[in-house]
Design a protein around this ligand. Structure first.
Ligand SMILES: [Zn+2]
Length: 530
């Protein structure tokens, strides 16, 4: 499978997998365990285990058959199976269908949710070796949704994730709508469909917020700069909210701070040999300069200046034509109209520059320079990061950005979030700066957790190979059997106690955490807030 969705031959696929695993073995960074360990490696592992305080039980993962270029689907499903809150979300979705007696439960979307739930159940860690599963039923259910999977050669892992996310939200919305729960409907407006505008005079606390989708409850996000876990996204663990601001460099005017929900963030990867996930997030939230901005405040100011110059000109005309009553009347009418216009412009400049001014012919200004910045305003329970690796050349040819991106097991995203104080200055960040956190101190971790900004890596979808060929596989974090919901205190977060597995279609192999963090070619990253 390619990053652009072009098909690859299964021969390519086998070569890529065997090469990547073989090279990891050669480097001595694959710790074989579970189903694939030889007698020798098992013996070495046993001695290591005796040294550790607690003996790890064998855990087995079920593989998924590749039904023809379906590695993008297999790797995404394996990853999602390791995200605890996603599994709960899908279960709740299916439960909402079971409680529902209307036609919704027979819809295409409902069938996808049910089939997804079945597969996720099968992908849970097992105490003994289990046969691989064919995801045929799920693929068939996807086939009924538009052109999905019918043309699966054109799909990729990120598109699949987005489709599953929107499907689950649709099912929730349909089941709740059938129960006439308007409140739930308001809370679950589809992704990208919610725009909250804030009055420009909001440097510290917003004066007016208009949620265009939910006018009946405009106070819902009265403090949009805060990173909070409650609110419209609390039911859907995938939904977060971002704040985006465009500001004029010349006059500092901020048109509006737009808020929009997201279920994943697509991050550009810098064109370098080595980089980090923090660098990619910093690029996403950096202040960009745009050169095509039509500033409303600058336009109003210039129009007011022109109006005032016109008034002076017509007043001197009036003195000149003082002896001609007809001309005097005409000049007085023009001056009266211009004075009204002057008042409208002055009011708009003081009170609300975005007010529509009827009958006022606005000055035409050339586009100016503005800054644009987007930051995370509300953190989601599940943070899915897509590393965009497509490079488009001037001649239209696309290629893959091979930059190696080092991951963090524990990720502090507070430097990339708004912190409750929204700045409207064009040259300053929307919010911040954040205090750097020592990720090895439980006290610092506790502070980041309190701000809802601490995430733990659960799974990674890897794309290996070139842009137009290659293979998708996944690294999964697997919690020991019978440990419940994997809840940990801040102290315990400092040490990784879970096992990591490389899962590629039907095969699974235990790997070290370092292998995962240094894999470099991550494509989708699944982080869960802790
Ligand atoms: Zn301006």
């Amino acid at each position: 499978m390619s990053l652009l969705g072009l098909p690859s031959s299964s021969r390519n696929l086998l070569v890529v997998v065997s090469v990547s695993v073989a090279s990891l073995v050669a480097l001595g960074i694959v710790a074989f365990g579970g189903s694939s360990s030889s007698y020798g490696s098992r013996k070495r592992q046993s001695s290591k285990r005796r040294q550790s305080k607690k003996r790890r039980p064998h855990v087995y993962l079920r593989g998924l058959y590749n039904l023809g270029n379906t590695c993008f689907l297999n790797s995404t499903l394996q990853s999602l199976a390791s995200v605890a809150s996603f599994n709960i979300y899908v279960k709740n979705c299916v439960a909402s269908l079971a409680e529902n007696n209307n036609i919704v439960k027979y819809s295409v979307d409902a069938n996808i949710a049910i089939q997804l739930n079945n597969v996720l159940d099968l992908l849970a860690p097992q105490p003994r070796r289990v046969a691989a599963h064919s995801p045929r039923a799920l693929i068939n259910s996807l086939g009924h949704k538009g052109r999905w999977i019918v043309s699966r050669n054109e799909q990729d892992a990120q598109e699949l994730f987005q489709m599953l996310s929107s499907t689950l939200q649709t099912v929730f919305r349909q089941t709740e709508t059938s129960l006439f729960d308007a409140g739930f409907l308001a809370k679950n407006t589809p992704v990208e469909n919610r725009i909250i505008t804030i009055s420009r005079r909001t440097s510290c606390c917003p004066i007016a917020i208009v949620d265009q989708q939910n006018l009946s409850n405009p106070q819902e996000d009265v403090n949009p700069g805060n990173v909070v876990s409650q609110g419209p996204s609390s039911d859907n663990p995938l939904l977060g909210m971002a704040a985006s601001r465009i500001a004029c460099v010349k006059c500092g005017y901020t048109a509006a701070i737009r808020h929009f929900t997201f279920d994943n963030l697509s991050l550009a990867v810098p064109h370098v040999t080595n980089t980090t996930i923090e660098d990619c997030l910093a690029m996403y939230t950096a202040i960009d300069q745009l050169d095509d901005f039509k500033c409303r405040l600058c336009t109003l100011t210039v129009t007011l200046e022109q109006t005032q110059a016109d008034i002076l000109r017509h007043k001197s005309n009036l003195e000149r034509v003082g002896s001609t009553p007809k001309k005097v009347k005409r000049e007085e009418a023009v001056i009266f109209k211009l004075c009204n216009q002057q008042k409208l412009l002055q009011d708009a400049l003081v009170n609300d520059p975005d007010t529509e001014l009827e009958g006022v012919h606005m000055a035409s200004l050339p586009p100016g320079i503005s800054t644009k910045q987007t930051m995370i305003a509300r953190t989601p329970k599940i943070l899915m990061l897509h590393l965009s690796r497509s490079i488009y050349m001037a001649n239209g040819v696309s290629a893959k950005n091979p930059a190696s991106v080092r991951l963090q097991r524990l990720l502090d995203i507070s430097p990339f979030t708004t912190t409750g104080h929204i700045s409207t200055s064009a040259s300053k960040p929307i919010s911040g700066p954040s205090v750097p956190v020592n990720m090895y101190s439980s006290k610092s971790l506790a502070e980041v957790r309190r701000r809802n900004c601490l995430y733990r890596l659960c799974a990674v979808v890897i794309h290996s190979g070139a842009h137009d060929s290659g293979h998708f596989y996944a690294y999964r974090r697997v919690v020991e059997l019978n440990t419940g919901d994997d809840y940990v205190d801040t102290e315990a977060l400092l040490a990784e106690t879970a096992q990591w597995f490389l899962v590629s279609d039907i095969s699974s192999t235990e790997v070290s955490l370092d292998t995962v963090l240094n894999a470099g070619n991550g494509y989708l990253l699944f982080y869960e807030r802790v």
